[in-house]
Every structure is written in C-alpha cells, then in structure tokens.
Design a protein around this ligand. Structure first.
Ligand SMILES: [Zn+2]
Length: 509
C-alpha cells in the first residue's frame, strides 16, 4: 500500500487537465511504441487495437474516477484530533489535558471587529477562525443569552426568559441585578456545560459568567468567582493565568470568563461612540495579553480560546417613541400587574380585568403601525424564536421594531439610553461575535483544506477563507456552542439534551 501512496497523491494533486493530458499521452505512446505485427489479417489488427484502446480508456477512466473518489488515502489525522480530554500533552515542562477557555465580551456586536480597532482579536481570528456572526437567541438580552451559551437551550427551555420576569409558579420575580434573588438555583433550568464537565470528571472554573453559583442539582464550578462590577481586565487575566498555572490534578480544563465594560459603554454612549471604540481597544489589549500568556507557556496547541459575545447593540438616539398608555388607555395601564422583558413588554393583566379589550387595543395599534411594534401571544409568537412554551413567558408580548422605543407619555425619553439591544434576533445590529484559536481551529483548517481538494462543493459549505487568509464560518446560532465545547473536551457522551444540531461541528472537527 505504501508503494501506491505516491501514485494516488500525485493524481490527487493533478488538476483535471493534467490528468487528461497524461491519459492521452499514454494512449498515444501505446500507438507509437507498439511494433507492427505480421500483416496477415490487416483488419484484425485494427479491430484488436480498437478494443485495446477502448479497454485502456475505460480502465484509465475507472482508475482515475475510483482513485479520485474512493482510493485517495485520507490525509493523516491532524495531531490535534488525537488530543482529547483525557490525553496528556506536554508544553515542554508540564503535562496538560485538553483545555477550553471561553471568554464572553458582553455586547460586542459582530461588525465591531471590522472597525480596525481590534488588531489582536483579528490576528487571533486569522490564526484560527471567525464566524461572520453568531446569532443570539430571542430575547437578545444578556442573561437569556449567557445561559443559552452555557446550556445550548432556547429561553423557553432554560427558563431565563428575560433579564426581568415574573414567574407565576413560584410567585417570584427574577431580576438580574438583585443578587439575593438572581442566584436562586430554581431559576436556572437545563444543564450548564460546567455541570456536564463535572459529571465527566473534569475540573471547571467560572470567572463571573452570568448564572447561578450552583444549579438545582447542587452542582457548582470547581472554582467560582462571582460577578463584581468594574473588575479590571488585568485582574481577570491574572486569575485565569493562576488557574492555568495550577498543578495538573488541580487545574481546570474548562475556564469561563465574562467582561461587561463594552456593553456598559454601548448603553451609556451608544455603539458609535468614542467610548465604545476605546473600550474595544481595551478589550483587544486583554485578548493580546491573554494570547501572550498562553504563548509564553507554549500552550497555543493545548488551550482552545473561544471569544464570544451575547448580543449586539443598536444606536437608539434617533428612535421613535411608542406611547403604550395612549394605546392601552389609563384603565389598561392600571390593569397591568406585571411587566417583563424590557425593552419589550411582556404583560400580565390583573385577574378579573378586561384582558380581551386591552388585547384588542394592542392588536389595533399593531395593525395601524406595523412599522412600530408587534403584539404576540404564545400562539402567535414567531416559531423561530422558540419563545412560547414556558409559564414564565408572559401571555401577551409587545415587541418594538428595532427603530422604536416603548414608553409612556409621562416617561417620554427619560429612560432611553443611547444604545440598546433586546430586539429581533435576526436584526444585523443584534448579531454577536465568535472568534476561536487553538488546536480546534488548526484541525478545522486542515480538514477544510483537504476536503476542499476532494469536493468542489466543500468550499461553499459553511465557511471560506478570505483573501487575507482569515477563515470565516457562516453565521450560526449560539445554542451550538455547548456542543462545540463538549466535542473539544472529548466528553460528548456526557452531553445533556440541547437545542443544538447533532453533528453540527462534525464538518469542522
Ligand atoms: Zn449583554
């Protein structure tokens, strides 16, 4: 078999034209080199020649076709494919197991990376790969999306249906900025990736990633640093490096980190502001320093670094106000018992109130102003949002169009921030980012290059390499990220059920 390898690989690397030329040359050389036989049966020679020629041609065609489709030996497995969770790889001085470090930069809109302010994130994406965008779940809010990234579930399944919502079952309100309430394990449904990793016997570390300190099953990350506002990124980097420098048996294989300064700048000053740009540079410096720390430890072939965000950000300064009190009337306003899901409005009217009247007023407004707002019930909610099958989702939802703000006459624009999110998850401005570098991206590139050589269709399937050699995946939903981490850590057998697609990452890994 070894002797045959060069032949096949030669054919593999030949273009179709070269192969045809070789085949034609072979046929012609047969013609010229064959010694004429005694001319006893002149017609017999030409008949035989035709048969031989035809058979050779068929033979060569079959050989060529078979060689191209079946017999081309697969490329040798990329060394990183053999590096799974349990295996050890040395960085030169210490043994490491496969490690995934995922960082969320809150509110990093996908196209922020094209502003020329993030050279290091772009450099990482050139060495590794980048998605055109990553699609958040609806609602495009911080807590629902960070929990979707952790669990691979849509909001109706993972229970965090907004940053603030009323739960009629427990008769409690979830509110993202109330520490006494937000950590209550019963809020957080589904299995976060750190719990799965723990079940598989791996150690995990969580640096401020939004979520509970422990789930309702009692699981918690091995190392946990709860969120503290305004923690400098240098301190976060120090913590991550301290975890990576732990001895093998104490070292986490899954590390999660969260940074919120960019989202805060986006809300306060708007996505086009100088403050957002300077914060982008600040975040990019962190990416550079993190990479430098990994490189200094010779860990770039061991640690997969995945940068994600939860949603985008839109400039709301020119948005038009939609006055809900004008639509609902004062009686309708007073009948509202709970209002969830800002900047949308999930409404629960008081028991005994004339709910059908208020709903008809809302429908009428949506019909008259389809450019301003939509009104949905569980039955009419767009199916692509997967946002209806939960008691926690209010029975009536008003969702503003991306250039409108829901408010009241009295409130006016008082509470409008220059930047916001929470709108339809297919809006361009709501798209999140995905950039990865490490053994994962090296395998993905190798597979891409070899498969593209074997299949003409491959080049357009899912991703491509741009002129500056950045590998760009198509936009994909963030509920797939759970499956990626399972695959990278080699613990797919322990995977919980998710809304991700089975085999989604098989073409990349
Ligand atoms: Zn956010």
């Amino acid at each position: 078999m070894a002797d045959q390898l060069p032949v096949y690989s030669k054919r593999e690397h030949s273009s179709g034209d070269e192969l045809d030329t070789e085949e034609r040359k072979g046929l012609l050389s047969d013609d010229y080199n064959e010694k004429p036989e005694p001319d006893t049966h002149p017609n017999a020679w030409s008949t035989r020649k035709i048969v031989v020629t035809a058979m050779s041609l068929v033979g060569l065609l079959i050989t060529g076709a078979v060689a191209r489709t079946l017999l081309i030996p697969p490329p040798p497995p990329h060394p990183n494919l053999l590096f799974h969770g349990g295996a050890l790889r040395s960085n030169g001085t210490h043994d490491f197991r496969r490690t995934v470090l995922m960082v969320s930069i809150d509110g990093l809109r996908a196209d922020y990376l094209d502003r020329g302010l993030t050279p290091h994130l772009l450099e990482i994406s050139k060495r590794g790969l980048r998605a055109k965008a990553m699609r958040p779940i609806f609602p495009t809010l911080t807590f629902p999306n960070h929990w979707a990234l952790m669990t691979g579930l849509h909001a109706e399944s993972h229970g965090i249906v907004a940053n603030n919502f009323w739960d009629p079952v427990s008769q409690m309100e979830f509110h993202y900025n109330r520490a006494d309430n937000v950590y209550r394990p019963q809020w957080w449904l589904g299995e976060p990736m750190w719990e799965t990793a723990m079940k598989a016997g791996l150690l995990t570390a969580n640096l401020m990633w939004p979520g509970p300190l422990r789930t309702s099953t009692g699981a918690s990350p091995t190392y946990m640093v709860p969120w503290v506002n305004h923690t400098p990124l240098d301190e976060k980097l120090d913590q991550l490096v301290r975890w990576i420098d732990l001895p093998l048996e104490e070292r986490p294989q899954l590390l999660l980190a969260y940074e919120d300064s960019l989202d805060q700048a986006g809300h306060k000053y708007g996505p086009l502001s100088a403050k957002v740009n300077s914060t982008l540079e600040y975040v990019d410096t962190f990416a550079r320093n993190l990479h430098a720390q990994l490189e200094a430890r010779n860990l770039t072939d061991i640690v997969d670094v995945v940068f994600v965000s939860d949603h985008g950000m839109v400039d709301t300064r020119t948005f038009t106000n939609v006055y809900i009190d004008k639509i609902l009337g004062q009686d309708g306003m007073q009948a509202m018992e709970h209002v969830d899901g800002w900047p949308a409005m999930g409404i629960r009217f008081r028991k005994g109130s004339n709910e059908s009247l208020y709903l008809s007023r809302l429908y009428e407004a949506a019909e008259q102003h389809p450019d301003q707002l939509d009104v949905f019930t569980h039955e009419t909610m767009p199916r692509r949002w997967h946002f209806s099958n939960s008691e926690r989702i209010a029975p009536i939802y008003i969702v503003p169009k991306v250039d409108h703000v829901l408010t009241t006459v009295e409130e006016g624009s008082k509470n409008n921030s220059p930047g916001n999110h929470g709108f339809d998850n297919i809006e361009t401005s709501m798209q999140a980012m995905f950039v990865a570098h490490g053994p994962f991206s090296a395998v993905a590139k190798t597979l891409h290059q070899s498969k593209r050589g074997r299949s003409l269709n491959w080049a357009n399937k899912g991703w491509h390499s741009t002129s500056d050699d950045t590998y760009v995946m198509n936009t994909f939903p963030n509920v797939e990220v759970y499956g990626l981490v399972m695959k990278l850590l080699g613990i797919e057998n322990f995977s919980a059920k998710t809304n991700g697609t089975a085999g989604f990452w098989d073409v990349y890994l």
